[in-house]
Design a protein around this ligand. Structure first.
Ligand SMILES: Cc1cc2nc3c(=O)[nH]c(=O)nc-3n(C[C@H](O)[C@H](O)[C@H](O)COP(=O)(O)O)c2cc1C
Length: 173
C-alpha cells in the first residue's frame, strides 16, 4: 500500500496546458482549492509530465471536471505523454473566456487559471493559479450545488473509478 492511497477515494480532474498544436491534457487527482476570495486552486504536477513544461512556459492552465462518460479519455490522457494522445480521444478543446489555454467543451466545468505561484515539494510541483474565468454545463450544477446525476468522477485505486450515489445524507443536527 502506497501511503498516499490512504487519502483515496479522491476526485479526478483534467489539466489543460499549452495552446494551438501544442495544447495538451493530463489527468490529475491532486487538485485543491487554495483560496475562496480571490478564488485560487492548486494542482500537483510531476516534472516529467509534458504538462509541467507547458505550465512553466505559458503560466496558465485550465482545471476541467470530467464526467463518467469521459472515463476512457481520462485514462488515455492519464497514461500517455504529450499532445498526440488527444487524437485518440473525443476531448473537444474550445476557446476559454479569459486565457489562451483552451477549455474542454464536453467537460462538466472548466476553471481558467493564471499561474500565481509554484513550489516544488519532493517529486511534484504545486502550481497555484487564480481562477480568472470559468464555464460549466447547466445540467451539472443547480444553484450552488452539483447535480449528482451528472456523473462526477472519483478515483478509488489505480484502474478503479467510482461516481457518487444520488442519495443525500445530512448530519442529524
Ligand atoms: C486518474 C489519474 C490521476 C492522476 N493524477 C496525477 C496528479 O495529480 N499529478 C500528476 O503529476 N500526475 C497525475 N497522473 C499521471 C498523469 O496524468 C500522466 O503521467 C500523464 O500521462 C501525463 O501526461 P503528459 O505527459 O502529456 O503531461 C494521474 C493519472 C491518472 C490516470
Amino acid at each position: 500500500m502506497r501511503p498516499y492511497r490512504l487519502l483515496y477515494p479522491m476526485r479526478t480532474y483534467l489539466v489543460v496546458a499549452g495552446r494551438g498544436e501544442e495544447a495538451n491534457v493530463m489527468a490529475a487527482d491532486w487538485v485543491t482549492i487554495v483560496s475562496a476570495e480571490p478564488f485560487m486552486v492548486g494542482v500537483a504536477v510531476a516534472p516529467e509530465r509534458y504538462t509541467w513544461g507547458l505550465i512553466k512556459k505559458h503560466r496558465e492552465f485550465v482545471i476541467s471536471v470530467p464526467d463518467l462518460e469521459m472515463l476512457d479519455d481520462v485514462w488515455i490522457v492519464g497514461t500517455r505523454h504529450g499532445p498526440s494522445k488527444l487524437r485518440e480521444t473525443s476531448i473537444e478543446l474550445v476557446p476559454s473566456k479569459a486565457i489562451e489555454t483552451p477549455s474542454i467543451g464536453n467537460a462538466l466545468a472548466n476553471l481558467e487559471c493564471r499561474l500565481v505561484d509554484e513550489r516544488t515539494y519532493g517529486d511534484h510541483t504545486w502550481f497555484v493559479g487564480e481562477v480568472v474565468g470559468s464555464s460549466y454545463r447547466r445540467d451539472a450544477f443547480s444553484g450552488d450545488s452539483p447535480r449528482l446525476e451528472a456523473g462526477f468522477l472519483a478515483h478509488a485505486s489505480w484502474t478503479d473509478f467510482v461516481t457518487f450515489e444520488e442519495k443525500i445524507h445530512r448530519p442529524s443536527e
